[in-house]
Design a protein around this ligand. Structure first.
Ligand code: C2E
Ligand code: CA
Ligand code: CA
Ligand code: CA
Length: 278
């Protein structure tokens, strides 16, 4: 028994040190990627279901690795948050989104708000506000063309400062969204306290439909969001059935693979001009 115990012990330490090593390698690579700006934005359309127009874009981070792989954030967000590198990465994303918005505007395309995701894991309210101010000034992007998405569960851990930073962002004219609504340890209380512009229903609820429990929750969240004067956006819409149910609840703003996957910047002008193909 003693032997076996020892074996197990060494097995777990091996796994743990392999994992630690992997993290250190990712951290090292991320620092290089930041210096070289090896990041790209993909943009996923937010659409109006009734007329298939693109009414917004969500900027989603992609890491162009030196071996040619394009890596999605799930593979490196943990490390980026733990090391604090996420702050610089999110700052890069905001700048790039505003730059891209201005470029599209200059080429005569309709301007739609671009949403960026901001992690609150290493939150510094003053730094965020001054960065937003600097980026708007630098790029000349209209504040209304920028929306900042905060993940609900992270917001919850940031109570007082969260409320303050939302107020300051709104004073700058920037839109604020609560992301992944329903997924974290939601408190309805802060929907009253904080004044977001947009509420994004987490895709797990959308994709749970037409299961009756999920139906009931989505319907109630749409009604509540609208009663509180939020723009309500459904995420992760993959089927016509989900889209039709949402529309029947009065939720017209949707995002998901049914309409479009996140796309490289070059693919956006046609969509911005013409809407989604029929
Ligand atoms: P999110 O903010 O909830 O973004 C939506 C994610 O859902 C995206 O994954 C998108 O590709 C995916 N998605 C969109 N429609 C569908 C659908 O119909 N079905 C399914 N199954 N998935 C769909 P992505 O790009 O891998 O991003 C994952 C998460 O990483 C994001 O979730 C967001 O929390 C985070 N993230 C992305 N970019 C950034 C960033 O620049 N900064 C920070 N801090 N986080 C980011
Ligand atoms: Ca988001
Ligand atoms: Ca989300
Ligand atoms: Ca998410």
């Amino acid at each position: 028994a003693k032997e076996a115990g020892r074996c197990r012990y060494s097995y777990f330490t091996d796994v743990m040190s392999a994992r630690a090593e992997q993290r250190m390698r990712t951290e090292h690579d991320l620092r290089i990627a930041l210096a070289n700006e090896d990041f790209r934005l993909h943009f996923q359309p937010r659409v109006s279901h009734c007329d298939r127009r693109v009414i917004g874009l969500e900027a989603l981070l992609r890491w162009q690795r030196s071996d040619g792989r394009t890596v999605a954030p799930d593979e490196f967000l943990d490390v980026a948050e733990q090391t604090g590198l996420i702050v610089q990465i999110d700052e890069w994303v905001m700048r790039e989104a505003c730059r891209q918005s201005r470029e599209w505007q200059a080429s005569g395309l309709p301007v739609v708000p671009i949403s960026v995701n901001v992690s609150l894991a290493r939150f510094d309210a003053e730094r965020l506000i001054s960065h937003v101010r600097a980026v708007l000034a630098e790029t000349g992007a209209a504040p209304e063309a920028l929306e900042i998405e905060f993940i609900e569960s992270q917001m919850f851990a940031q109570q007082e400062r969260g409320q303050q930073v939302i107020g300051e962002l709104k004073q700058l004219g920037v839109q604020v969204a609560v992301d992944d609504f329903g997924r974290g340890f939601s408190s309805l209380n802060y929907l009253v306290q904080y004044k977001f512009d947009t509420l994004k229903i987490d895709r797990s609820f959308v994709q749970g439909m037409p299961d009756p429990k999920h139906l009931a929750i989505v319907q109630a969240v749409v009604a509540m969001g609208q009663a509180l004067d939020y723009r309500v956006v459904a995420e992760g819409v993959e089927t016509h059935e989900q889209a039709d149910l949402l529309a029947s609840f009065g939720c017209n703003e949707m995002q998901g693979f049914l309409f479009s996957r996140p796309l490289a910047a070059e693919q956006l002008p046609a969509l911005l001009r013409n809407g989604l193909p029929a």
